[in-house]
Each structure stands twice: as C-alpha cells, then as structure tokens.
Design a protein around this ligand. Structure first.
Ligand code: SAH
Length: 217
C-alpha cells in the first residue's frame, strides 16, 4: 500500500520549482501538480522516480507523460475552472487528475482496456469523478459534445476531423502533431464553425496516437 508522505510532498515542491524555472506560470496548474501524488500513478518499481521531470513506463508499452509536458499542455488549455474538457489518451490518468484538480469536467478516452480500467480505479480511489471511456480517441465522444477544450496526449499524425467538430466555437484544441521522434505542439482556436486559428509551440515527444479498428485489452 502506497501513501503520500512528507518526503513525497517535499519532492513535489522541488518538482514544481523546476517547472517554474522551465517557464510554467499558470498558478492553477502548479498548484494541481503540487497537490497530486504522482507516485501513486506509477508502477512500484518506479516510485522513486515519480518526482523527476521525466516520462516513465506504465505498462502496455505506454508512458506517463513528463511533468513538464503535462504542465505545458495544461497551461495551453487556458482553463478558468468550469470547462468541459475532452482528453485523448487517458494512460495512467495523471494528466486527467491535474485537470480534475483544477476543477474542470474531464472526459477521457483510452484504447487499452487494461490502462482504462486501472486509471478508473486510481482516479476514483483519489476521490475524483472523471468520465472515462474505453474506445477510439479519433472518434471523440459525439454524445457528450460539444467540448470547451480538447487535449490530445499522444502523437497525432493529423488533426482528427471528428474532434474539430466536437469543439465549441471559441474553444481550443491542444495537439502534439507529427509522426516520428518529435511532435510540434499546436493550439488550435476554433474561431467559427469552419475556421481555426493555429498557434505553434515547441517540440515534444509522445507515443503515437494509434488508429485501428480493434481495441486492445
Ligand atoms: N495522458 C496520459 C499519457 C498518455 S500516453 C497520462 O497522463 O498518463 C498516450 C496514451 O494514448 C496511451 O495510453 C495510449 O494507449 C493512448 N492512445 C493511443 N492512441 C489512442 C487512440 N486512438 N484513442 C485513445 N487512446 C489512445
């Protein structure tokens, strides 16, 4: 059984200080990271690495994103606190927990059943109430659309059309675009039903957003 301890809290404070040094300014994002026990989202074997600013394996060949990446994407979402956010790639559930801690409504899709189930247990165990779905992120969640924000946490080879449609006018999508080793972070602002304004940010490295018909278990 893992607990949150003073030692973990101390390590988290240092991590937050590093994120500030690296340019994260959104206080709500920093406060969320400061209060969430990231070590509880990781395999036992990696618990001592939980507060290093690094990505780590979470099983099923996937990773929990680097804290800086989580902070960066969360900051780009420019949240006030009551938005409806669609996340693609639940993974460990850590990114979702940061958004939940910031007070928004989170809908998140994962294509690996094992990860989906574990994240659900994990987030509910911490007292959050996310809406988690096992399915294909390329399709989004038409039943729950429209969303104020969409955040994609896997490398997208292109901007999925369904996700563009499920965004509100005035809403934003944060998406790491591109195949291969690194992706370009982009923020798309939906300015009308048919037009998007594109903003380009730095390069990041994500596992691929996979497209196939059969889900994994
Ligand atoms: N946000 C996660 C990091 C996820 S890594 C966290 O905080 O831990 C990317 C995740 O996207 C992986 O779990 C992968 O299985 C998932 N993924 C990849 N392609 C997907 C798709 N088409 N639909 C839904 N999830 C997908």
């Amino acid at each position: 059984m893992l607990h949150d301890t003073y030692r973990h809290k101390g390590m988290r404070k240092k991590l937050v200080a590093q994120l500030v040094e690296k340019g994260i300014e959104d206080q709500r994002v920093l406060e969320a990271i400061n209060s969430i026990p990231r070590h509880l989202f990781m395999d036992n074997a990696f618990v001592n690495f939980a507060y290093k600013d690094q990505a780590f394996p979470i099983g099923a060949d996937q990773t929990i994103s680097q804290p800086y990446t989580v902070a960066y994407q969360s900051q780009l979402l420019a949240l006030k606190g009551n938005e409806k956010v669609l996340e693609i790639g639940t993974g460990s559930g850590y990114q979702a927990s940061v958004l939940l801690e910031m007070g928004v409504k989170v809908f998140s899709i994962e294509r690996h059943r094992s990860l989906h189930l574990r994240a659900k247990k994990q987030l509910e165990g911490l007292g959050y109430k996310p809406k988690l779905f096992f399915g294909d992120g390329y399709k989004g969640l038409p039943t729950f659309a429209p969303f104020d924000r969409v955040i994609i946490t896997a490398a997208a080879p292109y901007i999925p059309e369904d996700l563009k449609q499920q965004l509100k006018v005035g809403g934003m999508m944060v998406i790491p675009l591109g195949e291969g080793q690194s992706q370009q972070m982009q923020r798309l602002v939906k300015v009308s039903e048919t037009e998007f304004k594109k903003e380009v940010y730095g390069d990041f490295s994500f596992v691929p957003m996979l497209e196939d018909k059969s889900y994994r278990s």
